[in-house]
Design a protein around this ligand. Structure first.
Ligand code: C2E
Ligand code: CA
Ligand code: CA
Ligand code: CA
Length: 277
């Protein structure tokens, strides 16, 4: 077409190639990464209102022999598109349960929240996999929580209700991730029986400096409290942010101020030091 004149094409084409190339690279290599144990999980603690750590978030990492450490932003979207997120998510879930069993042996009792993509929910095996892992490692009480996003709930409400119900029956709590960044109405969200919201870090950033952000955060916390949901703030980087959030009723905080996501062994060391303080 004429609109796609020469100038435009010239700028566009190399970018397209780049994306196609990236897709193909991921297509061969992420599959291999899953098989060859190149994926790792880092754990980031959440600090409770009383300063205790009861729960962590599991964040996947890819140690590629070719490219080094690859953050999830660079492969999760591809994994969702290609469907690889299903086996990847299953691996994460099983690995986390195994790790929790290992910690339990060492007298460390924690919960871990796992990120679950919309695409994984269409696949019923996620529930039987989790159930089987819990049995295999002899957990009577499920130590796993599940982080879902708003769009995940809203785009297929019927499925979302059934998913929440099935996770709840297993004993997992449901946390609504990146809260406030979707465009869903609060009244719609209020219908889902979730347990907590995770206040997105875009609201947390510099909250102590701007009156508008403060009002927003207060309004979100009021909404959560009205529905008896806990509020977890993510991406807390400074003491000032933390003070504002805690004063205004946030229940748990997570962020670089306290700890970065770490491999299991590093977390263990951090946790022992943290507890002895
Ligand atoms: P998310 O679930 O919103 O995770 C929070 C992200 O913020 C993590 O990035 C974490 O490392 C980062 N973060 C934590 N504290 C701070 C802070 O104080 N400051 C800043 N600037 N960032 C902080 P990460 O690990 O790169 O993960 C990115 C996203 O990838 C996650 O966002 C999640 O949506 C997705 N993801 C990670 N692991 C998994 C997984 O196992 N399954 C699925 N489906 N998605 C995953
Ligand atoms: Ca998350
Ligand atoms: Ca988040
Ligand atoms: Ca996010």
């Amino acid at each position: 077409a004429k609109e796609n004149g020469r100038g435009k094409f010239c700028v566009f084409a190399p970018e397209m190639n780049q994306r196609v190339f990236e897709y193909l690279w991921l297509d061969t290599n992420l599959r291999k990464a899953l098989e060859n144990l190149q994926l790792h999980i880092h754990y980031q603690p959440k600090i409770d209102w009383d300063g205790e750590v009861h729960s962590l978030e599991a964040l996947v990492r890819w140690q590629s022999p070719e490219r080094g450490l690859i953050p999830p932003q660079e492969f999760i979207a591809y994994a969702e598109e290609s469907g690889l997120i299903v086996p990847l998510g299953r691996w994460v879930m099983l690995e986390v349960v195994r790790q929790l069993a290992d910690w339990r042996e060492k007298g460390i009792h924690l919960r871990v929240a796992v990120n679950v993509s919309a695409r994984q929910l269409a696949d019923q095996s996620i529930f039987s996999d989790l159930n089987q892992a819990l049995k295999e490692f002899q957990f009577d009480d499920c130590p796993i929580d599940v982080e879902l996003t708003e769009s995940c709930l809203i785009e297929n409400a019927e499925q979302a209700h059934s998913v929440i119900q099935q996770f709840s029956e297993l004993g997992a709590q449901i946390h609504l991730d990146d809260f406030g960044t979707g465009y869903s109405s609060l009244s719609k969200l209020a219908h889902f029986p979730i347990n907590a919201i995770k206040l997105d870090q875009s609201f947390v950033r510099d909250v102590h400096k701007q009156a508008v952000s403060q009002s927003l955060v207060r309004a979100i916390i009021a909404f959560a409290q009205a529905l008896q949901l806990r509020v977890i703030a993510e991406g807390v980087e400074t003491k000032k942010e933390d003070i504002f959030l805690t004063r205004n009723g946030v229940n748990e905080r997570q962020g670089f101020l306290f700890a970065k996501p770490m491999p299991a062994e590093a977390f263990e060391k951090w946790y022992r030091e943290y507890q002895s303080k």
